[in-house]
Design a protein around this ligand. Structure first.
Ligand code: F6P
Length: 319
C-alpha cells in the first residue's frame, strides 16, 4: 500500500491550496492513497486524518489561506505531543508526510525524520526567509498586496502632503519590506538586517521636502521596529506629522498570484516525485532558477540573508 499524508503548518500563505491540490492529484495519479491532515502538527497529534479524493481539492486553487487549516503547535514541541505524533503517523503507515510550511515547520519535519518517520517539506511563508531556498510560496502574492496597498496610501499621502509610514510583516526578516519598498519606490526602507540611521533618514525626508517632493513613503519591516515608534522619531526630528498604516493580515490573505499557484503546483508535484524516488527527508527548494530536493542538513546550513545590492539600489532610486 502506498500512502502519503499532507499538512499545512505555521502562518498560512497564498498558494498553499494549489500546493495541496498538486500533492493530492499527483499522488493519486501515481497510485497513492493520500490523506489530508487538518490543523498542522496539532492534527497529527490528534489523528485528524481524512482521505483526499480527486474532488476534495476541486475549486480551491483560487483561494488564499489553506483548506486543511493550519496551526502553530506548542504541543508538538513537548515530549508527550511529539511521541503522540509519531504513534499516529506509524499507525497511518505513510511513505512520507509532506509538510507545507516555514522554517519552524521544517524543524518539526526534521525531528520526525530523525525519529524514522519520512518527511518532505515544501517551503511556504509570505516572509521568504527559509534557509536553503530562494523562494517560499506566498511571497509574491504578499508583495503584490503590499504594493497595491501602498499605491492607495500614496494617493492620500500625496493629496495631503504627508509622510506615510507603512509597517509590513516578515517576522525577523526584511525581504517583504525590501522588495515591496523597491517595487513601490519607497523613500526609505527600514530592515532588521540593516539598522537604519534615523538622522540620515530624516535628513533625506527634509531635503526631498525642500526640493518640492511633499510626500514620502517609509517602509518598515516589523523586525526593524514598530511603525508608530518610527513615526514618533520622524515627528520629533522633522516636525512632520507622519501617518502610520500597519498592514497586518491584509498582506497574508487574498487570492494567490499566478506565480504562487505555479510554484505551489510545481513544488507539490516535485515533492511526490521525490517520495517516489525514495529521496525523503528533503526540502523542495528553489535555487538559481531550478527546483531541487535538498537534504535538511544542507538546507539548514544555507542561511538566507538580505540582498544588500537591492537595498543600495532602492536607496539610490529614492533620492
Ligand atoms: O510567518 C508569517 C507571519 O505573518 C510573520 O510575517 C509574522 O511575524 C507572523 O507570521 C505572525 O504570526 P501569527 O500567525 O501569530 O499572527
Amino acid at each position: 500500500m502506498k500512502r502519503l499524508a499532507v499538512l499545512t503548518s505555521g502562518g498560512d500563505a497564498p498558494g498553499m491550496n494549489a500546493c495541496i491540490r498538486a500533492v493530492v492529484r499527483k499522488g493519486i495519479y501515481h497510485g497513492f492513497d493520500v490523506f489530508g491532515v487538518e490543523r498542522g502538527y496539532e492534527g497529527v497529534i490528534d489523528g485528524l486524518f481524512r482521505p483526499m479524493g480527486l474532488n476534495s481539492v476541486a475549486g480551491i486553487i483560487q483561494h488564499g489561506g489553506t483548506m486543511l487549516k493550519t496551526a502553530r503547535s506548542e504541543r508538538f514541541t513537548t515530549e508527550e505531543g511529539f511521541a503522540a505524533a509519531i504513534r499516529q503517523l506509524r499507525e497511518l503507515a505513510v511513505d512520507a508526510l509532506i509538510v507545507i510550511g516555514g522554517d519552524g515547520s521544517m524543524a518539526g519535519a526534521a525531528r520526525l525524520a530523525a525519529a524514522k518517520v519520512p518527511t518532505v517539506v515544501i517551503p511556504a511563508t509570505i516572509d521568504n526567509d527559509m534557509p536553503g531556498t530562494e523562494y517560499t510560496i506566498g511571497f509574491d502574492t504578499a508583495l503584490n498586496t503590499v504594493l497595491e496597498a501602498v499605491n492607495r496610501i500614496r494617493d492620500t499621502a500625496a493629496s495631503h502632503e504627508r509622510v506615510a509610514v507603512v509597517e509590513v510583516m516578515g517576522r525577523s526578516a526584511g525581504h517583504i519590506a525590501l522588495m515591496a519598498g523597491l517595487a513601490c519606490g519607497a523613500e526609505a526602507i527600514l530592515l532588521p538586517e540593516h539598522p537604519a540611521d534615523m538622522d540620515d533618514i530624516c535628513k533625506g525626508l527634509k531635503q526631498s521636502h525642500q526640493r518640492g517632493k511633499l510626500y514620502s513613503i517609509v517602509m518598515v519591516a516589523e523586525g526593524a521596529g514598530k511603525g508608530f515608534d518610527v513615526a514618533a522619531q520622524i515627528a520629533e526630528r522633522t516636525g512632520f506629522k507622519p501617518h502610520v498604516t500597519v498592514l497586518g493580515y491584509i498582506q497574508r490573505g487574498g487570492s494567490p498570484s499566478a506565480f504562487d499557484n505555479i510554484m505551489g503546483s510545481r513544488m507539490g508535484a516535485l515533492a511526490v516525485d521525490t517520495v517516489i524516488q525514495g529521496n525523503v527527508n528533503r526540502l523542495i527548494a528553489y535555487q538559481q532558477g531550478q527546483l531541487v530536493a535538498v537534504p535538511y542538513e544542507q538546507a539548514f546550513a544555507n542561511k538566507r540573508g538580505i540582498d544588500l545590492a537591492l537595498y543600495e539600489l532602492a536607496s539610490i532610486l529614492a533620492i
